[in-house]
Design a protein around this ligand. Structure first.
Ligand SMILES: Nc1ncnc2c1ncn2[C@@H]1O[C@H](COP(=O)(O)OP(=O)(O)OP(=O)(O)O)[C@@H](O)[C@H]1O
Ligand SMILES: [Mg+2]
Length: 244
């Protein structure tokens, strides 16, 4: 048996189809915050929900924080599109899908920055975690960022949010909406430097056909495949076309 056949307990697989095969460790290190960037409809939400669904089936606890879509709509679409029953997983206490109001978050942060003159401290009460998660998804930073009036305040918040996620010792995915073929992977351009990893979903036009590709742009925790991998969204979720 090869060393990599043993999964160290401080690593958590992504569990989205064959994606873990692109990573030398076959998983991501706990405490990692991974920026998942891509254009509208490229499958960012699907990638995260698929990762959570298969994690929950494998006994890992997962939390989905939505700044955008209502949890009941996300669950309805996941069931209809891919047959994933998140109501059941929530009832079993394996998954929690939580809606956060970006306006409320930004107001709280801006108020606290005023009070403390720049010293910001995000308390865990700001985000209610019903259990200690193994995996967390934040969907999306873009929905959150538009609620902030000042870019500087948003930047301070993002830094603190990334630190908070790191401290959870889970694997966290943070979604960022970009152009269909992005050159910048986040709103302020600093998120990709703060993140421990960056995964980009592309949507390009080939003749009259749209084609999707995924790329691991950076990963601090280990070696990874370094080319674009084509993927499709199917009735079973994201499927990669791995040729190597
Ligand atoms: N069962 C299915 N089979 C094939 N494609 C599907 C299926 N269900 C959904 N899709 C495709 O998945 C896309 C949506 O994926 P998803 O919502 O994950 O993208 P997103 O990147 O999160 O989008 P947004 O930018 O709106 O948040 C749809 O635009 C649709 O084309
Ligand atoms: Mg989405």
């Amino acid at each position: 048996m090869k060393a990599k056949d043993f999964l160290p307990s401080d690593f958590i697989p992504i569990r989205v189809d064959l994606f873990d095969e692109l990573l030398d460790d076959r998983a991501l290190e706990r405490g990692s915050v991974i920026l998942l960037s891509g254009g509208a409809g490229t499958g960012k939400t699907t990638f995260c929900m698929q990762s959570i669904y298969y994690s929950a089936l494998a006994g890992e606890k997962c939390i989905y924080l939505s700044f955008e879509e209502e949890p009941k709509n996300i669950k309805k679409h996941m069931k209809k599109n891919f047959g994933w029953d998140f109501d059941k997983l929530e009832q079993e206490g394996k998954v929690a899908i939580i809606k956060l109001d970006p306006i409320k978050v930004s107001r709280q942060v801006e108020q606290r920055i005023d009070e403390k003159k720049g010293l910001l401290e995000i308390k865990l009460e700001d985000i209610q975690f019903p259990f200690k998660p193994d995996k967390v998804c934040v969907d999306s930073l873009s929905a959150l960022s538009i609620a902030f009036q000042g870019q500087e305040t948003y930047r301070v918040y993002i830094k603190e949010l990334f630190e908070l996620l790191t401290g959870l010792n889970a694997v966290s995915f943070v979604i960022s909406e970009t152009d269909q073929i992005p050159k910048v992977y986040s709103r302020t351009g600093t998120e990709e430097f703060l993140a421990d990893g960056v995964i980009v979903l592309y949507n390009s036009l080939n003749g009259e056909k749209r084609e999707n590709g995924i790329e691991i742009l950076k990963l601090r925790s280990g070696k990874h495949y370094k080319a674009m991998v084509p993927y499709e969204i199917t009735e079973k979720g994201i499927r990669f076309n791995l040729k190597h």
